[in-house]
Design a protein around this ligand. Structure first.
Ligand SMILES: Nc1ncnc2c1ncn2[C@@H]1O[C@H](COP(=O)(O)OP(=O)(O)OP(=O)(O)O)[C@@H](O)[C@H]1O
Ligand SMILES: [Mg+2]
Length: 265
């Protein structure tokens, strides 16, 4: 059901304040229009994990918000499973760039949010435990978000998203703010979960390595106004390793260059 089609999608924001993004740019006046997405055509297959890369401010979060139905495009249309998206849907779930957990609820209550349809309390408790175990947060069920570390918050958020059993999982920089080791571990967990559950997953990331290690396909967007600069299927077996795959390594250098860094670090 989660085959997604973006048809000629454009998004323009109207500026409300006098502001500028950098010293080099002229000031924008209230009423000025900012074209963020410019005619995006993309398709995502059912069960596919696609990683979306692009420079900061190019409109990646905007694109995800439109697919999730939280925002409307200025022009163009989004179809999921053949139906046009006109608002948020219960079968897709969003993992936010900044934490989306409710601060007044414990980890277990947050994870249980997506399980409100289960009337049997025992069944609900079992499911909550299952997802908490999946992200290795056993023992922290009664903790509130402010009592968790950054990595634990991210894992709790992932459990909350998976508990909904969505047909579409949308993740906006799911590893932002994590330390190196937690980042690596969570990346592996997401890849394993994807292989195990086979959900259609869209991941926005600014990390080229994440995209190349995780994705079945990558999409690179240009700077604003954003267009699709590259679409590439990644037929490399997992687990992927840049050292053992010269072709993956070459693609990595190419994408670094494409995003304005002349050498891959
Ligand atoms: N509600 C809004 N009103 C006006 N402008 C907006 C709004 N939301 C986003 N923008 C502008 O749209 C552009 C794209 O924003 P967006 O958050 O989608 O970028 P991004 O690619 O996710 O950036 P980052 O990588 O830094 O998260 C930015 O220039 C931003 O200022
Ligand atoms: Mg963003």
């Amino acid at each position: 059901m989660a085959e997604i089609r973006l048809e000629n999608l454009s998004k323009e924001y109207v500026n409300r304040r006098r502001r500028r993004r950098s010293r080099q740019e002229p000031y924008q006046k209230p009423g000025d229009r900012v074209l963020v997405l410019d005619g995006i055509n993309l398709e995502f297959k059912e069960g596919e994990m696609v990683c979306i890369l692009g420079p900061s401010g190019c409109g990646k979060s905007t694109l995800l918000r439109i697919i999730a139905g939280f925002d409307r495009p200025t022009a163009g249309r989004v179809f999921i499973g053949g139906k046009e998206v006109c608002g948020p849907r219960s079968d897709s779930i969003f993992v936010f760039q900044y934490s989306g957990l409710l601060p007044w609820m414990t980890v277990a209550e947050n994870v249980g949010l997506g399980l409100r349809h289960l009337k049997d309390p025992q069944e609900k408790a079992d499911k909550i435990r299952e997802y908490i175990e999946m992200v290795e947060l056993e023992g922290f069920e009664s903790y509130y978000p402010h009592q968790l570390s950054g990595g634990m918050l991210r894992r709790a958020e992932l459990a909350r998203a998976l508990a909904v059993n969505p047909s579409l999982l949308i993740m906006d920089e799911p590893f932002s703010g994590l330390d190196f080791l937690t980042h690596m571990k969570m990346r592996e967990e997401v890849v394993n979960m994807h292989e195990f559950l086979g959900k259609t997953t869209l991941v926005v990331t600014h990390d080229i390595d994440d995209a190349l290690i995780m994705g079945d396909r990558i999409v690179v967007l240009s700077g604003r106004p954003s267009t699709v600069k590259l679409e590439q299927t990644l037929d490399f077996p997992r687990p992927r390793d840049f050292e053992r795959s010269p072709e993956l390594s070459r693609l990595r250098s190419e994408i670094f260059l494409m995003l304005g860094v002349p050498y891959a670090v």
